[in-house]
Write a protein that binds this ligand. Sequence first.
Ligand SMILES: [Zn+2]
Length: 226
Amino acid sequence: MKKIILLIALPVLAIGVALGSFIYILDIMGIGAPSAAPAAVKQLPAAPVKKTTPTATLAIALPIADALGRVTKKPFSLYVTPNFSPVKPERFTGYHTGVDFETTPGERDIDVPIFAICPGKILVKKTASGYGGVLNESCTINGQAVTVTYGHLRLASIAKKVGETLAQGEQLGVLGTGYSKETDGERKHLHLGIHKGAGAVLNGYVATVAELKSWINVLDYLAPKK
Ligand SMILES: [Zn+2]
């Protein structure tokens, strides 16, 4: 009797051991049914929020991509005459009421989008001497009523009409082709002026420093002083 039990028990034991080993090997190889759920990963304390000096919030949107790098010829308040100007030939005389944003040679034949720097209503949209296509937008910037002039635009690219509203950052149109009627013969660039008050105004230059006080340098908002 004992022999019979042994004869049965031994193979069963052998199979059991073999099977156990096999499952063990599968387990350590990561094969087969997942074992118990992994123990909860110890919760690490949250990484401290890196404190950075907040970027000064701009009161306005960029009028053109890479705006700051484009101001290379005529900044705000520059006094020019036909004999003294970074631009040749120069036909204007006076203090520059705006800031000129230049284009690159690579942008000569492509559309360069221009964006509304503030939310506001279109007051003027027309072709004017010295600008070609020009737009006046009525805005409030930092609580102050202003009129923004966007000069040298392709008038046909401006879909919205006088009286309609532009959202801040909305593309209002594209620059006019250089040395064409669209820019009134000027190079391809954006002239952007900000005049204090709500009225339409298109002067690109004024004769006196006193008059210049009615204008705001857009770079005061694009590159705020620390
Ligand atoms: Zn200008």
